[in-house]
Write a protein that binds this ligand. Structure first.
Ligand code: FE
Length: 180
């Protein structure tokens, strides 16, 4: 299973980098999101998507502070393309839409919009800003709509500093279950 080995390697080598503008590392962020999925007794596809939703940050070639220079790294697309090769369609699809979920929620939920962190608000502008009404409608029709929103909530919640967390290898069973 070389791909799973590769993922562990990516997180081991690069996971210590900061989750731009937030008080956790990329690895902590990924694991906290995956634990939230488990807490919700979500299916393995969703646990895997939560764990890997930001893997695109390790795959694109922009600097991690590129938002400061008004560059959208489009990490969700890099992640999607990488995951689609190796994992079930659904995993890639959930990851692909996790940024859209933010665009959706900022358009439809005022409280959510007001509670975005500074870094997340800044990247939102580069990601296209809140959705337009026709985009909202289209998004709501996506078969995974509810799951995409759930993933987004786990993503937002996964920013708690100094938490004791299991190692990434704790999630290998779910990853193996959702390989293509
Ligand atoms: Fe994230």
């Amino acid at each position: 299973m070389p791909i799973i080995k590769k993922i562990v390697e990516i997180f081991t080598e690069q996971g210590g980098s900061s989750y731009v503008g937030e008080p956790v590392t990329q690895l902590e962020h990924a694991i906290q999101a995956a634990l939230a999925a488990r807490r919700h007794q979500a299916r393995p596809e969703m646990v895997a998507a939560a764990l890997l939703h930001d893997i695109g940050h390790f795959l694109h070639h922009y600097s991690e502070d590129c938002a400061d220079f008004a560059i959208d790294s489009e990490h969700e697309k890099a992640g999607e393309a990488f995951l689609r090769e190796h994992f079930k369609e659904e995993v890639a699809e959930l990851v692909r839409h996790h940024v859209n979920a933010k665009r959706y929620l900022t358009a439809t939920n005022e409280k959510y919009a007001n509670n975005l962190t500074g870094a997340s608000f800044k990247s939102l502008q580069l990601q296209g800003g809140p959705m337009q009404p026709h985009e909202v409608e289209e998004f709501e029709a996506h078969p995974l709509f509810q799951d995409i929103l759930l993933l987004r909530r786990w993503d937002e919640g996964a920013k708690i500093p100094n938490k004791t967390l299991p190692p990434i290898t704790d999630f290998l069973s779910e990853l193996k279950m959702v390989l293509r």
